[in-house]
Design a protein around this ligand. Structure first.
Ligand code: HEM
Length: 99
């Protein structure tokens, strides 16, 4: 299943996601709130939409319809994926190391 999804569209890692705005392949969302609102009510029908985002019976896009509390919890979760140690490590600070 994962291999099939990767062949269609790679799902990006969410590590350090709060630090890598803008979001999605075309940078259409500037904030995590916008991403969450998209999953909540914004996913649109499309022939290439993965079946995990479609309702099994109606084949219509899933609307998660998150409550405000759900949205806050999801954003808190995404913020918890920040790895401050990793991003401040000196050994990764130079993209052009000498050796
Ligand atoms: C509440 C549940 C979810 C959350 C919080 C979430 C979060 C995110 C975020 C923050 C991104 C942007 C990543 C980036 O730009 O680097 C993203 C992209 C993506 N997610 Fe999700 N996601 C959820 C559910 C799903 C599900 C169920 C699927 C389908 C299997 C999915 C598939 C994808 C794909 C394919 C992208 C890349 C889209 C693009 O680049 O245009 N996500 N997700």
């Amino acid at each position: 299943m994962l291999q099939m999804l990767k062949a269609i569209f790679s799902i990006p890692s969410l590590r350090n996601i709060a630090l890598s705005s803008p979001y999605m392949h075309d940078g259409r969302f500037k904030t995590l709130e916008e991403v969450i609102n998209h999953y909540s009510t914004g996913v649109r029908a499309n022939s290439s939409l993965t079946h995990t985002l479609k309702d099994w019976n109606s084949q219509q896009p899933v609307r998660f319809n998150f409550s405000d509390q759900d949205k806050k919890a999801l954003i808190a979760f995404l913020n918890a994926l920040n790895d401050w140690d990793f991003i401040s490590k000196e050994m990764f600070s130079d993209p052009f190391p000498k050796n």
